[in-house]
Write a protein that binds this ligand. Structure first.
Ligand code: DHB
Ligand code: FE
Length: 289
């Protein structure tokens, strides 16, 4: 039977360290420091070329770039035609504009809000390293990104932040929304940010590989269990910016097994320490039919 509705085909998880974007933009990917990191994404770039979706639903966090501390949406969905790379203080990254998918984004907004999640609708914004660095890691340096992207911004910068449980449930709602869109689109959902890192205070530089690898294990095998972990555990164990990891639970909640279906297949797993002040983690999970 031919496909009539949109479906989720895979989820991708990756850190978004801004220095990775700078390494790419300044031609430093082959240096002793950076080469091992980029090597971990070689398979991923080939995988994405082999499995290019029609749309990427990209969960990330804005770093007080598009949303200043004047207003802070907990969950914001990008419904625009296009987004420009943001100037974060050193000029905009030399990467392509991000083409949106307003029709699917508007449908997801309608469906998810009717499933009782309060989303902020965004019709104009620039996208910062939280969104562009994951695209660069997965796509390299193309003239144009391989498909439209729906940016979905989560507040993990200013407390209070949403719980892992709410993020997981939101992912389940996003899956239902995508599956009810009556066009045969293949959609990937990406969860980005993390892994352990802390950028300020007495614990600046904190990295906890044990926590990170346990998180990866549990995200794969027991995502509902991981979703029950309170936010204070992330802050305590993975550092103040380690809380970015709750965004991975949105992508994980959108996979079939969180709706009673089969468990996904692990297509790739990679962990590397350090990149700048951050532990870098990466997973690709494919849906099994
Ligand atoms: C770094 C990491 C981040 O996630 C971020 O948003 C900014 C900086 C870092 O490692 O330097
Ligand atoms: Fe960050």
């Amino acid at each position: 039977m031919s496909q009539t509705h949109a479906r989720i085909t895979a989820s991708v998880y990756t850190s978004h360290v801004p220095a990775i974007g700078a390494a790419l933009d300044l031609g430093k990917t082959g240096t002793e420091y950076w080469a091992p990191l980029f090597k971990g994404y070689e398979l991923s770039k080939q995988w994405l070329r082999d499995h290019t979706p029609d749309v990427i639903f990209l969960v990330y966090n804005d770093h007080a770039t598009a949303f200043s501390l004047d207003f802070i949406p907990t969950f914001a969905i990008g419904c625009a035609e296009q987004y420009q790379p943001a100037d974060e203080g050193w000029g905009a990254r030399p990467v392509p504009p991000v083409i949106g998918h307003p029709e699917l984004a508007a449908h997801i907004a309608q469906s998810v809000i009717q499933q009782d999640f309060d989303l902020t609708i965004v019709n104009k914004m620039d996208v910062d390293h939280g969104l562009t660095v994951p695209l660069s890691l997965m796509c390299g340096q193309p003239q144009a990104w391989p498909c439209p992207v729906i940016p979905f911004a989560v507040n993990v910068v200013q407390y209070p932040v949403p719980s892992g449980r709410r993020c997981f449930q939101l992912g389940q709602a996003i899956r239902r929304a995508i599956e009810s869109f009556d066009r045969p689109l293949n959609v990937q959902i990406w969860g980005t940010g993390g892994m352990s890192h802390q950028l300020q205070g007495p614990r600046a530089g904190l990295i906890n590989s044990e926590f990170d690898n346990a998180f990866l294990d549990r995200l794969i095998a027991d995502p509902a269990g991981q979703a029950a972990v309170p936010h204070i555990d992330y802050v305590r164990e993975a550092g103040s910016e380690g809380i970015e990891l709750v965004m991975w639970l949105i992508a994980r909640g959108a996979m079939a097994d969180a709706a009673g279906g089969p468990a996904p297949r692990v297509a790739h797993r990679f962990y590397h320490v350090p990149a700048s002040n951050t532990a870098v983690g990466h997973l690709i999970l494919e849906e099994q039919s």
